[in-house]
Design a binder for this molecule. Structure first.
Ligand code: UD1
Length: 364
């Protein structure tokens, strides 16, 4: 049977889009089968299913959330994780993959542990500065762990450090092919010369960011165009052609939206930050603080140091509005900030795909 590689990752876009970027890079030099293992209810089912990558099949397994605190739900979820593990064991025994690539998220634990037991090589990638819980649980089973930043290495135990390699974050290639004219045709009414602000709440949306933007719409009207990706569980104000365009999710048109952007207001998910960085879109970062492990705060601080981003921690609406309005009004400042963006490695997807290719060749 034709060789196959298993990709796994899910729960948020930050665990899916970089994985797809690696799958695209692998496709450039290899035509075998790719199975993506995810959760049926996760964001990955739809994004992977519509990726357009030839020979990529999505397969769902039972998946449970891993919590750092005690809860009754943990008991139920442990059974789901065991179910996912059994599912992967049966699948991998019937049709052994040459390697597993794990991008992160709870759903990766069953396939990576099954691969560990069956001695199937595992390669992992971590986007955040400090490894998430899934990466920590999977690290002993991984023969290579790619990380975004050199400073990430310090977060791993000494016994694991020799397997940790710096690659940067994989970026989907199509983002470099955005066309602002296409963007304007998708958002009719945008006048030339008016600064375009793109608000990105992350793949799940960010109510805090949404409320800050909504409260400031009156003062921004006539001064900027706002394209607002707000996620779920939030009722946006109505669209105002030429000024305000709310969207729950931005699909494949993201490349055109980013090509139009003069400024971003964003959560500090690792994926979004790298995309803004390589496309040299400056802006304001509002990291998730409440109930989080602080990864977005650390991500945001790294990008703030470049000079391309202003970080606002849980700002008041007035404070945020003043900062945004002043950047909108000051083109020179925006351009200066943009000139400090980038300087990020762009070929993480290629580097990881090459490592997977080496395993494929060795096993073939
Ligand atoms: C709440 C939460 O747990 N957030 C985490 C999640 O972020 P989350 O998945 O929200 O964010 P990221 O910024 O890492 O990635 C989002 C990805 O989705 C894409 N996108 C987003 C919205 C949209 O409408 N269309 C679209 O295509 C973005 O272009 C990007 O590629 O994973 C990141 C990477 O591990 C972490 O740093 C974040 O802390």
């Amino acid at each position: 049977m034709e060789q196959r590689i298993v990709f796994t990752g899910g729960g948020t876009g930050g665990h899916v889009y970089p994985g797809l970027a690696v799958a695209w890079a692998l496709r450039r030099s290899w035509s075998g089968r790719i199975t993506w293992v995810g959760s049926r209810r996760g964001i990955e089912a739809e994004i992977v299913g519509s990726s357009g990558i030839d020979g990529l099949e999505f397969r769902h397994i039972p998946s449970g959330k891993l919590r750092r605190y005690l809860s009754f739900q943990n008991f139920i979820d442990i059974f789901k994780i065991l179910g996912g593990f059994v599912h992967c064991m049966i699948d991998f025994l019937k049709d052994p993959p040459a390697a597993i690539f794990s991008k992160g998220g709870y759903v990766t634990v069953p396939p990576v542990w099954a691969a560990g037991l069956l001695k199937i090589p595992v390669i992992s990638h971590e986007s955040d500065l400090d490894p998430g819980l899934a990466t920590r649980l999977n690290m002993k089973k991984s023969s290579a762990i790619f990380v975004a930043y050199k400073d990430s290495i310090q977060y791993f135990p000494d016994s694991i450090k020799p397997r940790v390699h710096v690659s940067g974050n994989p970026i989907r290639e199509d983002l470099f092919r955005g066309d602002p004219r296409e963007g304007r045709s998708l958002f009719p009414g945008i006048r030339e010369g008016v600064p375009v602000v793109v608000v990105l709440g992350g793949s799940l949306g960010a109510v805090q960011v949404n409320n800050l933007v909504q409260e400031n719409l009156p003062r921004l009207r006539g001064k900027a165009v706002i394209i607002h990706q707000y996620g779920k569980q939030w009722q946006p104000p109505g669209e105002e052609p030429g000024f305000y365009y709310p969207r729950d999710f931005i699909g494949p048109e993201m490349k055109h939206v980013l090509a139009m952007a003069d400024l971003a207001v964003a959560r500090a998910g690792a994926g979004t930050l790298w995309e803004l960085g390589v496309l040299t879109i400056p802006g304001i970062l509002i990291p998730l603080t409440a109930g989080s492990r602080g990864d977005q705060i650390r991500n945001a601080r790294i990008f703030e140091q470049t000079g391309a981003y202003q970080v606002m921690m849980d700002p008041e609406a007035e404070e945020f509005g003043t900062a945004l309005e002043s950047l909108i009004a000051n083109r020179q400042k925006r351009e200066e900030m943009a000139s400090h963006a980038d300087a990020l490695p762009r070929d993480a997807a290629g580097i990881i795909a090459d490592r997977i290719m080496t395993i494929i060749q060795q096993s073939g």
